[in-house]
Ligand binder design. Structure first.
Ligand SMILES: [Fe+2]
Ligand SMILES: [Fe+2]
Length: 335
């Protein structure tokens, strides 16, 4: 398995502190054990001859600056830390947390590309009102789509919403009696409540309003506030968009108070489900391609409740994606 640090390599960088505890060697000397997170992988760190009392107060979830040397211990890289302190400089979340391979700018360009396809003037005015809310757009393009499970990364919400849009748009090209404007608007907006459901404070976490209301209920007043900025926005059109948000999980047991009851809502529901599940498989496929996986590589996919094999995958997974770029995965181009 590739690792960020080579044996004997010096490091001095920001990590996300994920765990901290103290211990004693057999000889009675104190040491501190740390789990230091990077967007790519976590590392075990050790501070020798130190106990928690002599360290500055650090809590799991804190960004920290640590310096030291990478050492090989039991065939794994361990970080021997000489100095650690809370990170005081401004931090780009992408340097701490897993993030989309697409930049905010790329995600924003893709969003615009889809919005431009909409021809209905009321929907155009609605998206103009949404895009005027710079704070919302910034959050939308940064937010994860989940804490774990699918698209749990910076930019994951936009990536997922654009993925749903691409799938729903493809269905609309085959079934031409569906209304493309409703498919696009519904797909882009179906999860807007997630901007408030999740926060990037100490790791990705569910906000209080997310815990008490969930993104489906949060999405309705958010969308309503933008609709109210468009004079004369048709009530029937507003209801259809609310319905797509309310029904996109498909059934009550999965959090939707209404089952999809217009054709475009059914499409957004299945596109949402497929995009989420494919992302779970993608994440599992990457981890199953690591050393030690079976042949063919396989992985239990918790979100789907069963074991998946990835026949044909080589170890490590290096393929050419459709753009011809070679990468550690083959997610491909951005829609
Ligand atoms: Fe959702
Ligand atoms: Fe979704």
């Amino acid at each position: 398995m590739t690792t960020l640090f080579k044996e004997n390599e010096k490091f001095n960088r920001t990590f996300l502190l994920k765990a901290i505890s103290s211990g004693k060697t057999r000889g009675g000397k104190p040491f501190v054990t740390l789990t230091l997170g990077t967007p790519q992988q976590d590392f075990e760190g050790r501070l020798w001859d130190t106990d928690l009392e002599t360290l500055p107060s650090l809590l799991p979830g804190d960004p920290v600056n640590a310096a030291g040397t990478a050492v090989l211990y039991q065939e794994r890289i361990q970080l021997k830390v000489d100095r650690i302190a809370g990170e005081t400089s401004a931090i780009d979340p992408r340097s701490l947390y897993p993030s989309s391979e697409f930049s905010e700018e790329e995600l924003g360009i893709s969003w615009r590309k889809w919005v431009k396809k909409i021809t209905d003037e009321n929907l155009n005015a609605l998206f103009a009102a949404i895009e005027r809310d710079g704070a919302f757009m910034k959050d939308f393009l940064r937010s994860p789509a989940a804490v774990t499970m699918h698209h749990a990364r910076i930019g994951g919400l936009a990536e997922h919403s654009l993925g749903v849009c691409a799938l729903a748009g493809a269905v609309g090209e085959k079934y031409t009696w569906l209304r493309p404007d409703i498919l696009i608007a519904g797909a882009l907006l179906h999860d807007i409540g997630k901007v408030r459901e999740y926060e990037i404070a100490r790791a990705f976490q569910v906000s209080t309003e997310g815990r008490l209301m969930g993104h489906i209920a949060l999405g309705i007043p958010m969308l309503k506030s933008y609709i109210e900025k468009v004079p004369g926005f048709p009530e029937a059109l507003a209801l259809e968009l609310y319905h797509i948000i309310l029904s996109h999980h498909g059934k009550l047991e999965l959090g939707s108070p209404k089952a999809p009851s217009i054709p475009e809502a059914l499409v957004v529901h299945y596109a949402d489900d497929l995009d989420a599940k494919l992302d779970m498989l993608r994440a599992s496929r990457i981890s199953s391609s690591r050393e030690g996986a079976g042949d063919p590589p396989g992985e239990y996919v918790r979100g789907l409740g069963r074991f998946f094999l990835f026949p044909g995958d080589e170890k490590p997974v290096i393929r050419k994606n459709p753009s011809g770029k070679t990468g550690a995965d083959d997610q491909g181009k951005l829609f």
